[in-house]
Design a protein around this ligand. Structure first.
Ligand SMILES: Nc1ncnc2c1ncn2[C@@H]1O[C@H](COP(=O)(O)OP(=O)(O)OP(=O)(O)O)[C@@H](O)[C@H]1O
Ligand SMILES: O=P(O)(O)OC[C@H]1O[C@](O)(CO)[C@@H](O)[C@@H]1O
Ligand SMILES: [Mg+2]
Length: 341
């Protein structure tokens, strides 16, 4: 069996560990051969491949990014579509695709599988927003980076008696904000799942300041204050026509300053959260998912992806994976909110 691996959507620490896990298990145990598609679905559509032998994955589990490159290319556009992609796979002698990506990549994979292509999936997202898997690799690394950044913001905030606003990733869900905010002892955590008034934010900030603390407010990029209809977007649309988020922290800072009189500064962590080496937890999770993905190719489990349930790696159908976002449940928010202010 000759398998083409692709990484698609935003990159994420741990992608290389998945690739290594799949190639090691596949070549050593399952008798498989591998190639890499360059830049996600773009490589599939254009037939642009790289060799992927055991020697190519040596030592890459600890490397950030993806050695294959990634993109947000839609495989149904341009020279894409199931028939032409199948012709390309036949020409290149590729029997099956292993798609590593988020809900968009897996939605595309599902449509192609429904049209007869042989594809298995590995879920990826720093946002941790896929309901079918308990955790996605990259999330732990992003939380670690965000927490470290907030620890730093707190010392400079303390020195100047300022309110510090830290903006983290999280398009639809607030998992990174919730975990890093709790870890760093934030005085307010603002997430997409919970519309919150500026008066409430100001109250939390003022209460922390009254106790002599420099307030720390953590905000997920997809947060919408209750006076707004949509998340803040000022950077146009992405390749799939969706608003690019980012910048809400800078918007909130002057409002907090106006309402409280406390000097306020905002920092947007942005892509720093997705760069650099994965944590040990993410390397292990990603390696296990890659190994399991090689196994499910062997079982011809087309239209399925590997996932983490508790401590086990399981197999779930794409439709289950795509059905629902894993939002922060009310009780997890309430638990964190007890410590606000
Ligand atoms: N329903 C769909 N049908 C076909 N193609 C899709 C669909 N949804 C998304 N795609 C394509 O897949 C690409 C990857 O999706 P997306 O950009 O959402 O990344 P992702 O895999 O979800 O990762 P991330 O976590 O970074 O969002 C999109 O840019 C788009 O071209
Ligand atoms: O890397 P890009 O294309 O700017 O995308 C950023 C988006 O990707 C993610 O990191 C993962 O979906 C989101 O948190 C963020 O909104
Ligand atoms: Mg997506």
């Amino acid at each position: 069996m000759r398998i083409g691996i692709l990484t698609s959507g935003g990159d994420c620490p741990g992608l290389n560990a998945v690739i290594r896990g799949a190639v090691l298990k596949g070549t050593e145990i399952n008798g498989q051969e591998f190639v890499g598609f360059k830049d996600g679905w773009r490589g599939v559509v254009n037939g642009d491949i790289l060799p992927l032998e055991r020697s190519h994955v040596r030592g890459i589990a600890k490397q950030g990014g993806t050695i294959l490159g990634t993109s947000r290319t839609n495989p149904f556009e341009g020279n894409g579509g199931p028939e032409r992609i199948q012709e390309t796979l036949d020409r290149l002698g590729i029997d099956a695709i292993m798609a590593i990506g988020g809900e968009g990549t897996l939605a595309a994979a599902k449509r192609l599988t429904d049209a007869g292509l042989k594809i298995v999936g590995v879920p990826k997202t720093v946002d941790n927003d896929l309901d079918a898997t308990d955790y996605t690799f990259g999330f732990d690394t992003a939380v670690e980076i965000a927490t470290e950044a907030m620890d730093r913001l707190r010392t400079t905030g303390d020195s100047h008696s300022r309110c510090m606003v830290a903006e983290v990733m999280g398009r639809h869900v607030g998992w990174i904000a919730l975990h890093s905010g709790m870890a760093a002892g934030a005085h307010a955590i603002l997430i997409p799942e919970q519309k919150t008034s500026m008066a409430q934010v100001a109250e939390w900030v003022q209460s922390a300041a009254n106790r002599g603390r420099a307030p720390l407010v953590v905000v997920a990029e997809g947060f919408t204050p209750d006076h707004a209809d949509d998340p803040h977007s000022e950077r146009g649309l992405d390749a799939f026509g969706r608003p690019r988020l980012g910048g809400i922290g800078e918007r909130l800072a002057p409002m907090i300053e106006d309402l409280t009189g406390i000097e306020t500064r905002a920092t947007t962590l942005g892509h720093i959260q997705r760069g650099g080496v994965p944590t040990a937890y993410d390397r292990v999770l990603a390696t296990r998912l890659g190994m399991a993905a090689s196994d499910i190719v062997q079982e011809s489990a087309w239209g399925q992806m590997v996932a983490l349930r508790g401590t086990d790696i399981v197999t779930v159908g794409f439709e289950e994976a795509l059905g629902k976002l894993k939002v922060v449940p009310q009780h997890r928010y309430d638990e964190a909110a007890m410590l606000f202010g």
